[in-house]
Design a protein around this ligand. Structure first.
Ligand code: AMP
Ligand code: TRP
Length: 336
C-alpha cells in the first residue's frame, strides 16, 4: 500500500509564494508517488474574525489556485463537506490538555493579533481548539507524512501527542504517528519586512500573490528590503538571504543562483541584478500557472462539481475511521 500524504490550507485569500514554496510545491510533486489527500480547511478559517460574504468565493478561488499549480481535483476535499473531522475533533479534545493548547505559539500570536487589530477583543474557543481539529484532519486519514511549512511544526507535535495518548488509552497502536515533511524552503520571509514570515494576515505588502499582476510582482521584488543595516557584514542580511532562497526554489534556476552567490562572496553582486533575476525566473514559472487559472475560471461549474464529488469519495475514508474509533472507545455506532 502506498503511504498516505495529507496536508491542508485555509481559504483566507490568495495563495502566496510562502504557501507555494513552503508547502504546496511539495504537495504537487508528491502526487506521482503517494496516496495524497489535500484539504481546504474552512472550519479552521472561521476561528478568526472573517467576512461571511467572502467565504465561499475564497474557498472556490483557492480550489482554482491549487488546481492551476498542479493539484489533481480528485485529491482535493473541502473540510465542511466532511463532518467527521469535527466529530473526531470532539473526541480528541478529551485526549488533549487545556494547558497544552494555551502553550501553542500560534494561539498566542493570533490572539495577540485579535487584541491589537481592533477594540473588539473577542477570542473564540475555536482558536484555542484549532490544533485539535488539525490533528483530526491528519489522523482521520491515518496520514504517514504531512508536508507543511516550518510554522506548523508545533501543531504536528501535538498531533503525535494526541495519537499517542489515544493509542495508550485503547491499548492498541491504532493511529500512525505522522511525520512532518519540509521543503528546502520551509520559511519564506516578507520582502517588505524580512524579519517576519511572508503571510496573508500581516497585510497586502507582506505577501507576493501567485496570481497577482506581473507588474505588481516585479514592483514588489524591485522594492524588496535587502539591507537591514545589521552589523554582521560577513553574513547575508535576511532580505538578501530570502531573495536567494526564492531564486533557489524556482525550478531551473540553480545555475544562475550559484553564479550570483559567487558574485556575492566576491563582493561584486549588485542587488538590482539579483532582483532582476528573481523577477525573470519567477515570472517564467508563474505565467503558465496564471494562464491555467484563467482557463479554470472560465469553466468553474465543472470544477465545483468535481470537488463535491471528490469530497464525497474522500469522506468514505473518514467515515471508516470514525466507525473504528467509536468502536474502540465504547461509543455507539450505526452503519449508515
Ligand atoms: P496557511 O496559508 O497559513 O493556511 O498555510 C498553508 C501552508 O503554507 C502551510 O503548510 C504553511 O506552513 C505554509 N506557509 C505559510 N506561510 C509560509 C511561509 N512564509 N513560508 C513557508 N511556508 C509557509
Ligand atoms: N494549520 C495549518 C496552517 O495554518 C492548516 C491546516 C489545518 C493543516 N489542518 C491541517 C495543515 C492538517 C496540515 C495538516 O497552515
Amino acid at each position: 500500500m502506498r503511504e498516505v500524504i495529507l496536508s491542508c490550507i485555509q481559504p483566507t485569500g490568495e495563495m502566496h509564494l510562502g504557501n507555494y514554496f513552503g508547502a504546496v510545491k511539495n504537495w504537487v510533486d508528491l502526487q506521482s508517488e503517494y496516496d495524497c489527500i489535500y484539504g481546504i480547511v474552512d472550519y479552521h478559517a472561521i476561528t478568526m474574525p472573517y467576512d461571511i460574504k467572502k467565504m465561499r468565493t475564497n474557498t472556490w478561488d483557492l480550489v482554482m489556485d491549487l488546481v492551476a499549480v498542479g493539484i489533481k481535483p480528485d485529491n482535493l476535499f473541502i473540510q465542511s463537506l466532511i463532518p467527521e473531522h469535527t466529530e473526531l475533533c470532539w473526541i480528541f479534545n478529551c485526549f488533549c490538555s487545556y494547558g497544552q493548547l494555551t502553550r501553542m505559539t500560534q494561539f498566542k500570536d493570533k490572539s495577540q493579533d485579535v487584541e491589537s487589530a481592533s477594540s473588539d477583543t473577542f477570542i473564540s474557543a475555536g482558536l484555542l481548539d484549532y490544533p485539535v481539529l488539525q490533528a483530526a484532519d491528519i489522523l482521520i486519514y491515518k496520514a504517514d507524512c504531512v508536508p507543511v511549512g516550518k510554522d506548523q511544526e508545533q501543531h504536528l507535535e501535538l498531533s503525535r501527542d494526541i495519537a499517542q495518548r489515544f493509542n495508550y488509552s485503547v491499548g492498541k497502536e491504532y493511529f500512525i504517528l505522522p511525520k512532518t515533511l519540509f521543503t528546502k524552503t520551509p520559511k519564506i520571509r516578507s520582502t517588505a519586512d524580512p524579519e517576519r514570515k511572508m503571510s496573508k494576515s500581516a497585510g497586502e505588502k507582506h505577501f507576493i500573490g501567485m496570481f497577482s499582476d506581473e507588474s505588481r510582482i516585479r514592483k514588489q521584488i524591485r522594492s524588496a528590503v535587502t539591507d537591514t543595516g545589521s552589523d554582521h557584514s560577513e553574513d547575508l542580511s535576511p532580505g538578501v538571504k530570502n531573495l536567494f532562497e526564492i531564486l533557489d526554489a524556482i525550478p531551473g534556476s540553480e545555475e544562475i543562483s550559484g553564479q550570483l552567490f559567487q558574485a556575492q562572496k566576491e563582493g561584486t553582486l549588485r542587488y538590482s541584478d539579483l532582483k532582476e533575476n528573481v523577477s525573470e525566473h519567477l515570472m517564467e514559472m508563474l505565467i503558465p500557472f496564471q494562464e491555467k487559472r484563467k482557463e479554470l475560471s472560465a469553466n468553474k461549474r465543472n470544477l465545483k462539481d468535481q470537488i463535491k464529488q471528490s469530497s464525497t469519495e474522500i469522506r468514505k475514508r473518514a467515515q471508516q475511521t470514525m466507525f473504528e474509533v467509536k468502536d474502540l472507545l465504547g461509543l455507539m455506532n450505526i452503519k449508515y
